[in-house]
Each structure stands twice: as C-alpha cells, then as structure tokens.
Design a protein around this ligand. Sequence first.
Ligand SMILES: C[S@@+](CC[C@H](N)C(=O)[O-])C[C@H]1O[C@@H](n2cnc3c(N)ncnc32)[C@H](O)[C@@H]1O
Length: 203
Amino acid sequence: MWNERYSSKDYAYGSEPNDYFAICLAKYSPTGKILCAAEGEGRNAVHAAKIGLDAYAFDISEEGKKKALQLSNTHGVSINYAVGDFLQMDFTKNSFDATALIYAHFPPNILSTYHQKIASLIKPNGLVILEGFSTNHLELRNKNPKVGGPKKLEMLFSIESIQKDFKDFEILELEEVEIELNEGLYHNGLGKVIRFVCKKKVS
Ligand SMILES: C[S@@+](CC[C@H](N)C(=O)[O-])C[C@H]1O[C@@H](n2cnc3c(N)ncnc32)[C@H](O)[C@@H]1O
C-alpha cells in the first residue's frame, strides 16, 4: 500500500515539513543527530538536514526512500535513510539527540514496543517530538475521508496512551487539538491530533 502511494510523482503528504515538527525544532533547537521514524517521502528529515541537524530516517517503503532522496537532492542536503521494519533494525542505544514520530501509526500489537525502542535510542536530555491522530479523530475521518489517518481506533493515540508509553520522560508539551490539515494529497481537512514533546531524564 505504501509503495503504491509513494510511486506517484506527487508527494503524498507534501514536500514541506509537518508544521508542528518545524515549530518544535525552532522552539527547542536540538543539535546533533535526529531520527525521523516511519518517515515516508522524507519531508521532515530533509527539513531537519536543512537547518543543520544530522538527519536519519527509516521506513518500510523502498519507494518512500527513493522520493526522500530525490527531495534531499532537490534541497542540496544529505540524509541517512534505512529501509526495513524498525523492530529488526540495528540502531545504537542512547545515540540520538532527538526523534520525530510524525503520523507514525502502527498496529496495536507493536505500537508500545515501537515506542519503547524509540525511547531507548535517545540520549539523556534528548527529545521526542510526536504528532499523530487521536482516538477522537475517527468521527472527523468518517465525515471527511480526505483528512486521512488510520481507520482502526487501536492505531490512534490518546493522552493516556502517550503518558503510558513515555512514562519515564519529562513531558514538555502534551495536548489534544483540532487542526486544519493541508498536507499534500492525503491529509486535508479538520483533524484531531495529539501533539507531544518530551525529554529523556538523566538517570
Ligand atoms: C502516514 S505515513 C507518515 C510519513 C511521514 N512520517 C510524514 O509525516 O510524512 C506512515 C508511514 O509509516 C510507514 N510504516 C508503516 N509500518 C511501518 C513499519 N513497521 N516500520 C517502518 N515504517 C512503517 C509507512 O511506510 C508510511 O511511510
């Protein structure tokens, strides 16, 4: 499904970074290495590289990688992009200064494990930046399928599920908000999202 979506000429979620991701990078100014999870066509990783971060990304889609490298070439930056299933990937623990989970929705049986692995890769004081659809988004999606997002409730986020998955982190921002999305071909209209930033505590 993802390879098919990404094999078109257009960028599925646009070629501009997600608004909240860009705002958080400007606000918290992380430096060093950032890992963009389930990064698709690379819009966030390319933005991170453009502002001087050492950008890493991964996704299961080979077509996503091709589009991401095309976008990075267009902007004259380089990104490190791995293709595969995150749970099988060999990233070094405590090695990233920040991670981004932008619309990184996974099946319920692996979602918490995914978040635990992300948490393990961040350095003490490192950041997690997340924006994703909330459980209350389904109603809006049913009214307007063009806004996109998973159809399954269990793949969506809630304030409680995020607090649980990142319980050892210092929460800097966590809210559920209604926003107007205008991202490429597949995120258009009113959506309900969780916006979250947290910092790994120094143990
Ligand atoms: C809604 S897209 C988000 C893309 C990107 N983060 C963005 O904001 O433009 C979700 C992405 O999750 C990826 N994905 C789904 N399951 C995955 C898995 N098990 N491991 C890695 N990536 C996965 C898909 O290939 C897809 O690119």
